[in-house]
Design a protein around this ligand. Structure first.
Ligand SMILES: Nc1ncnc2c1ncn2[C@@H]1O[C@H](COP(=O)(O)OP(=O)(O)OP(=O)(O)O)[C@@H](O)[C@H]1O
Ligand SMILES: CCCC(=O)O
Length: 356
């Protein structure tokens, strides 16, 4: 079998995670941490480019990786314009949009730029895979009761798509032949339904669907309206509340599922009620996604950090197993997901898409 050595780069707000794989086997992984003081001099995310690039190059040297041994470099895709799923070659239009943070400033905007910066040294391809702005919604799924507020597709695309590929492989089925309900159970929770390889409906964890360890999910609109106009909060404070200080955090003062479970084990009835409510909301959303595909579901796939929880998985499974088999792939491995996306292209299983 042909050997492909691939560098994956995942820039986050306080770290740059990198890994080198040979095919699906990891050679090394490193988390390069960035202190607040180190990042302070940079006004925009793009201003951090050279600083992070030098650190990635140093890490490669430290691990005796020479750039010309690499077959490709793959970076985390930032919130680009809405686009179809898959692996994209990093081109000039993408670099332009990543630099100007076309949707929003986010550290992941540096993923494609760093990948290109290293790949260009050796004339090898640079890719990104399934950024959060993957948008494959059916027209019906976009419509809300307010024409000026359509639903937007923003979700944990990288992990959900990678896990869908793994499930198809495990079942020895064609990826596009499966209809799957896919649930990422992380700090935020995304629930979507994938048919013919497309996520035709999905909840954006920042404004719809179940509440999660730190986000509010869907809340009654009149209540939210009153909070916004109470005069007590700025718009930024409301945003931070909805996606940082909501869900388990707001009810229980922690966003750590393990901590909630140890409280439940020691008899905390409030923790038990809130945790079950989160499972209940996830199950309800799974039911809604099943209705989208007339109940014809090949599997319900639970993934993300909270999928390590046997209690939570059981509470969800008990409510949804009548819809289809529940398959659990706990955790999320974004670097591996990036490498798998690059490998699909290098092996000719998929064509690299072109960002316009
Ligand atoms: N064994 C476990 N039991 C219960 N909860 C767990 C376990 N392991 C991880 N978690 C919980 O999973 C959640 C984090 O999941 P994950 O790491 O997928 O999220 P994240 O990367 O922080 O956020 P996001 O996935 O939204 O980007 C936390 O609430 C964490 O406490
Ligand atoms: C917006 C979906 C992805 C994330 O919250 O990290």
């Amino acid at each position: 079998m042909q050997q492909y050595k691939i560098l994956a780069i995942n820039p986050g707000s306080t770290s740059t995670k990198i890994a080198v794989y040979t095919n699906e086997i990891i050679d090394f992984e490193q988390v390069i941490r960035h202190s607040i003081d180190e990042l302070k001099p940079f006004t925009t995310i793009y201003d951090q480019y050279d600083y992070r690039l030098q650190l990635v190059k140093k890490a490669l040297l430290d691990h005796y990786i020479i750039v010309n041994s690499l077959a490709a470099v793959v970076g985390r895709g930032g919130p680009l314009k809405p686009l179809g799923s898959g692996t994209y070659a990093v081109n000039d239009s993408m670099i332009h949009d990543l630099k100007r943070a076309v949707q929003t400033e986010h550290a992941s905007n540096l993923g494609g730029i760093l990948a290109r910066g290293i790949a260009d040294q050796n004339n090898i391809p640079a890719f990104i895979v399934d950024p959060v702005s993957v948008d494959e919604l059916e027209p019906l799924a976009r419509i809300t009761g307010l024409p000026e507020i359509p639903r937007r597709s923003l979700f944990h695309a990288l992990n959900l798509k990678a896990v869908a590929h793994r499930v198809a492989k495990d079942l020895n089925k064609d990826y596009t032949a499966l209809t799957l309900i896919l649930i990422h159970l992380g700090g935020g929770i995304s629930v979507g339904v994938q048919q013919n390889g497309k996520m035709i409906d999905v909840t954006n964890p920042n404004d719809l669907g179940p509440f999660s360890p730190e986000r509010a999910g869907a809340v009654p609109s009149y209540g939210l309206l009153n909070l916004c106009f109470s005069g007590k909060y700025t718009i930024d404070e409301i945003k931070k509340r909805l996606i940082g200080n909501a869900g388990l955090m707001a009810h229980l003062g922690t966003s750590d599922g393990r901590e909630v479970e140890s409280r439940i084990a020691s008899g905390d009835t409030k923790a038990a009620l809130i945790y079950e409510a989160m499972a209940y909301q996830v199950a309800k959303e799974i039911g809604a996604m099943a209705a989208v595909v007339y109940g014809q579901v090949d599997g319900i796939v639970l993934t993300g950090g909270l999928a390590y929880s046997t209690i939570l998985v059981k509470m969800i499974t008990d409510r949804v197993k009548f819809i289809g088999p529940v398959i659990v792939h706990p955790g999320e491995d974004e670097l591996k997901a990036l490498v798998e996306g690059a490998l699909r292209v290098l092996r000719g299983e998929e064509q690299a898409k072109v960002y316009e």
